[in-house]
Design a protein around this ligand. Sequence first.
Ligand SMILES: [Zn+2]
Length: 73
Amino acid sequence: MTTAFLDVDVHGNDDLTPHGVVSVHHYGIGRSTAACSCGWNGRRRHLMAAAEQDAWVHAMHARCAVSSPLVLG
Ligand SMILES: [Zn+2]
């Protein structure tokens, strides 16, 4: 196991932040990033699965929705 689940950039003002829709953007081999319309951005990940995990964790923490399909581009 890694600590990826705990490696989350948590906002301090979630109650004031409009809830958004989070999706994963795939920029090519080894370059995937989760981003949300609420303004949150995940780290660049080598594995798309890791970026997807970032997206799910963000959605749970910030109560944002998950895009369908999750992966764009
Ligand atoms: Zn969000």
